[in-house]
Structures are given as C-alpha cells and as structure tokens.
Write a protein that binds this ligand. Sequence first.
Ligand code: CA
Length: 242
Amino acid sequence: MVVRVLVVEDDPSIADAIVSGLRRNGFDPTLVGTGADAIAGASDVDLVVLDLGLPDLDGTEVCRRIRERSSVPIIVASARSEEFDRVVLLESGADDYVVKPFGLRELIARIRAVARRSAGGPTSEVAPISVGAITVDERRRSVAVDGEDVQLTAREFDLLAYLARDPGGVARRSDILHDVWDPNWFGSAKTLDVHVASLRRKLGHPEWIEAVRGVGFRLVEHPGGDRSGPGDGAATSPPSDP
Ligand code: CA
C-alpha cells in the first residue's frame, strides 16, 4: 500500500516541487489549492501536508475543520513571514509542522515519521526510488544499478538513499554529516569524502555523484550525454510549410 498524501498548496512552483518529490519518493500525492478542497479531500488520504496561507480559508481553520471529522495526520507547512503560533497550530489538530522554505528531504522525513507514528508500527511500504539507472529500495535496504545488485555498507547505503531522495538537489556537507552520520558527530569531514569515493567506485559511475565545490554533493539524474532518445534537436526539423 502506497501512502496517499493530500498536498494543500496554492503556490504552483512549491506545489510542483512537493508533488514531484513525493512521487519520486514512492508516495501517492494529490494536489489541491484551497482550504475547501482540502477539507473535502482529507478523508480519502493517509496524510495531509497543509499550507497555512490559502486563498479562501485560514490554515488553522482548515486544520480544525479536518480534525472535526477525521484523525488523518496533518503536517502544516508555514512560511516564516506568516505569523504562526505553534501552540495554536498543534491545538488546532496539526501533528507536526515544517517552516518554509523547507527542503524536500526534511518534509519527507517528517512525513515518514508522522506516517510511522500513526500506523503504530514500522514504516509502511515505501516504494523504491529510481534515479537514472540506480534503484534504491529503502525497505529492503538494497541498491541496484541497471537491475544488478550492488553491495554497499550500511553507511554507504544511508548516504546514497539520502542523496536519492532529492536527485539533482545539492546536499550540504554539514547536513549530510548531521543527518546521515550523527547530530553530535564531530569527526573529520574527510570521512564523507572517503565514503563518497567508495560509493562512486561501487556504482561504477563516478560522475553520478557530483561534487559541488564548497557546498556538498548531489546525485545527478542524467549525467553525461548517454541518452539515446530522439533528442530535441532544434536544427533537424524544418518547418513544414505548405
Ligand atoms: Ca500559500
């Protein structure tokens, strides 16, 4: 069973990023842009991600109205500029909140945590993530390249899964060390480079994990020019003028 998420967001660019990110991470997102649609749709999903600043209703009101009829978990997403009181928010029935701008990885971590708590057990089935030729199966903790299993250490797996949750997005070195290693990890940052080097070697394609100088690393979805598709070659198709 795939976790169905109702995304309530009226800003199209944020909505697109959330929806495509959730889909890529194995969730089944549905998008609505108003409080009224959120209240109507909340009963058919496993979890709600709720923007506070909506065109028709105040987010806390939406939260309350959903809560009147359903115990579906709600994660509120609020911009820093929107005056918000976490106590009011939690009292109105929200389970958790993220402050915008938030990273996709952070949102997914919150969703997983809330979904796990509400399911009362180990995390529900999470579909494997595909990034280019790589498949990361977090449930089985396995990785395949072009369908061939790749043996990774636990830490290498965690690192790859972390990067795969937001392909193309740069993960900061400090965030990786904090999230993949340990919040209180004070060891050498060299450790990260050692693990990246080993991961690149095992994947067989060093260019898939790109170093962003002075920032961190990202997993590249379509590295190089090895896509033998039709191409969007602008020069090849003459206009068909009658
Ligand atoms: Ca908004």
